[in-house]
Write a protein that binds this ligand. Sequence first.
Ligand code: SF4
Length: 376
Amino acid sequence: MNSVYIHIPFCLTKCGYCGFNSRPPASDNEAGAYCQILIKEIENCKPGNSELKTVYFGGGTPSLLSAIQLADILKAIKKKFGSFGDDCEVTIEANPGTVDIYKLSDLRQAGFNRLSLGVQSFDPDLLKLMGRRHTAEQALAAFRDARQAGFRNISLDLIFALPGQSLENWEADLARALELGPEHISLYSLTYEPDTEFTRQKEQGRLTPASEELEEEMYLAAIEAMGSAGYAHYEVSNFARKGFRSRHNLNYWMGGDYLGFGAGAHSHLEGKRWSNFKDSDKYLAALAKGNSPAEMEEELTREQRIFETIFLGLRMTEGIAVGEFEKKWGMAPTKYMPKVWRKLEENYYLEKEGGRVRLNIEGLLLSDTILADFAP
Ligand code: SF4
């Protein structure tokens, strides 16, 4: 077990597109009480023997907590899992507007060495449309402050295919992000998640989604811009400079083990998967009574594990190493659901080279839909 995920489910307000497990804290004390219980969950866990390689604080908005609260959680992880140095990737997601140079310096000092900044766009109208609470200027200031505070590994998140967003506007966002020179960039195509404000507005005809053609043009423009700027495209939505791929996410995508702490956090250990109560009241109540906060637990079947290997493997641009797959599962990947593989081949979405099988750009663009056919 090499990775730990910490979920902080609080945000000041809900963004229009957000399907994550997050909400505004009910009171000033709620975040403090949540941290204490989360630390208790860490103290109760069985850590295993291997050294931690990655720690990731996600949410929600982890940067809403104070630097002291965040440092306390990190201390609890170190106490339980053994201390780790700068070679352990320790990421915190932050929203511009919730951090300044002082807080970022404290976070760096506490042991965070990677910052994932939720910029989403530099366009004031689009930021407003999404319900983001920060301005483009605050995003630029947060990036500058993070550098000054000593963060040498910064990732930026941007969203495209937003309602009303033009290709030119998207290219301007990409150019501004690249001007900053982050080590890593995640570019997500907007998805309409159930029970979100955007989905409600779309159903009521108050919001017009981007056309598929425009979405494709935007994706291709992004790949072009990132490639020209020297970023390797290594997963459907992720680009990195040499040596800066997200090790935490790579562990997920390669089927590695991880432990998740906090409301709704997922864990995966030796073929077993479980997730905590999503509802933070139920999560807190379970731990306060000394019970397990797990809401769901399952032993993954062989089919589920093969599906995940294929689904996650083909979302990475390097695809699947056929030999390794055969060694692990006793058959070639194409022997699992051969009809789906045939369909991918007939639609020209596949590339086979150097003992690997992978999706081409058209395939990556449609990966969510076309890979779902592999589900057992
Ligand atoms: S800041 Fe992130 S987690 Fe919070 S509401 Fe917005 S999109 Fe969701």
